[in-house]
Ligand binder design. Structure first.
Ligand SMILES: [Zn+2]
Length: 194
């Protein structure tokens, strides 16, 4: 079974096309550039090559994990990062997304609880009572290397969450839980390592 997943769709200016990395293609593409992760490898594909190679993906895997189908236009700096270090580019999108979700209002709680700012989904006994630092603040004070290590831990936590609870770990209600669990795991790894 394919483990491929569409990460994002982006666009660059026409004068600054990037090359489609599909084997034997190499066309310059600027609109709807698809960044795909397949078995841990990131590739940048034109739209037609994406459909040719990954047309079989299910809806979940073929829905951009970051951004929308529309393909946000990248700044020059972002384009540069996409070309030179695609992994770092994706990590930046992930960090931005986590940051946004952390500050987004929670979805309306299912049961008629008060629609206050309380995070109703967070009252679980197994969680440390009060993290010393908010998640975003904590994430921001990590060095790039630490953040990279954390992102790997988080990806694992995310998949574990998905298989354990059978829910979409990217839904706003669950992202905080995945974050906290990944952070605990990451800090635990640090303790073990030192
Ligand atoms: Zn192509």
């Amino acid at each position: 079974m394919s483990t491929a997943r569409l990460l994002t769709v982006v666009e660059v200016s026409e004068e600054k096309k990037v090359l489609c990395q599909a084997e034997g293609c190499g066309r310059g593409v600027f609109k709807r550039i698809h960044v795909v992760e397949d078995q841990g490898r990131l590739t940048t594909l034109g739209e037609s090559c994406f459909h040719r190679l990954y047309g079989h993906l299910d809806v979940d895997a073929a829905t951009p994990q970051y951004g929308s189908w529309g393909g946000r236009r990248l700044t020059d700096a972002e384009r540069q990062m996409l070309l030179e270090n695609t992994r770092q580019f994706i990590e930046q999108l992930e960090a931005e997304r986590l940051h946004q979700l952390e500050f987004e209002p929670r979805p309306v709680p299912a049961k008629g609880s008060t629609a206050g700012p309380q995070r109703s989904l967070k009252k679980r006994g197994d969680e440390p009572a009060k993290p010393r630092m908010g998640f975003c603040q904590w994430l921001e004070q990590l060095t790039p290397n630490q953040r990279q290590a954390f992102m790997i831990v988080r990806l694992e936590a995310r998949e574990a969450f998905r298989s354990k609870y059978g829910v979409d770990p990217d839904l706003p209600g669950y992202v905080g839980m995945v974050n906290q669990s990944a952070r605990a795991e990451y800090e635990n790894n640090l303790k073990v390592a030192s």
